[in-house]
Design a protein around this ligand. Structure first.
Ligand code: GCO
Ligand code: CA
Length: 256
């Protein structure tokens, strides 16, 4: 079996929320597998800096800053890619925010912001990418980033959990409607990963010991540990995989 099966040479990958955290690690890994990278973040400066850092590592990376939850901004971003003749072959819908508060205290505006950023964005961007993949007749790969919270809940993260549960079934909806066009839509469900979004949790001794006790691997995951699943789902190796979610969680969901 040749590693060509996992090569992304000649393909262009757009990774949302890739200025830092999991998105940055996933983008870097796709770049190392040969993909040309389009990084995205809401902050133009931080996104440009991330593209420069990956370029300095010898990867091909450009920045495309836009707010993934803003319909008009998403449309403008794709129109800009069209104008530049850039075709997105691989879309990683990673952008997401966390907002921890019990539902009884939650402002509806905060609920909407989390669901729009973590779920609606994947629909908006997925649709623009799929339209162009279908028009080109080239097929493509969509990798949505779910979570442990695509399966289970815990107190204080309801909007994030509802959105990540939605990501799992949106992924299946994408498979239902787009698989016949040669588009494979799948998801990755990260476990408790050591990222800036989880800094407060990692620094909380109680939560830290909860994660280590509840994870069979007895540690937090490292962002780079998502790269294998991401390259698999972005490469020809997964051409007959559709509507699936792969949990990269150290075994947490598999055991009580
Ligand atoms: C939390 C965390 C989790 C993790 C991750 C787990 O507050 O419980 O933010 O949501 O970040 O999503 O897969
Ligand atoms: Ca980000």
């Amino acid at each position: 079996m040749s590693l060509a099966l996992f090569s992304l040479e000649g393909r262009t990958a757009l990774v949302t929320g890739s200025a830092r955290g999991l998105g940055y690690a996933i983008a870097r890994g796709l770049g190392q597998a040969g993909a040309r990278l389009i990084l995205n973040g809401t902050n133009a400066g931080r996104t440009a800096a991330a593209a420069e850092a990956l370029t300095a590592e010898g990867l091909s990376a450009t920045a495309l800053a836009f707010d993934v939850a803003d319909d008009a901004a998403v449309l403008a971003a794709f129109e800009r890619l069209d104008a530049e003749g850039v075709a997105v072959d691989i879309l990683v819908n990673n952008a997401g925010i966390q907002f921890r508060k019990p539902m009884l205290e939650l402002d509806p505006a905060d609920w909407r912001r989390v669901v729009d950023t973590n779920l609606t964005s994947a629909f908006l961007i997925g649709r623009e990418a799929a339209k162009r993949m279908i028009a080109r007749g080239t097929g493509g790969k969509i990798v949505n980033i779910g979570s442990l919270m695509s399966e289970v809940a815990r107190p204080t993260v309801a909007p994030y959990t509802a959105a990540k549960g939605g990501i799992k079934l949106l992924t299946r909806s994408m498979a239902a409607e787009w698989a016949e066009h040669g588009i494979q839509s799948n998801a990755i469900g990260p476990g408790y990963m050591a990222t800036d979004m989880n800094e407060a949790l990692m620094n909380d001794p109680k939560f830290d010991s909860f994660v280590k006790g509840r994870t069979p691997t007895r540690r937090w995951g490292l962002p780079d540990e998502l790269v294998g699943a991401a390259v698999f789902l972005a490469s020809p190796a997964s051409n007959y995989v559709n509507g699936q979610i792969i949990y990269v969680d150290g075994g947490m969901l598999a055991v009580l």
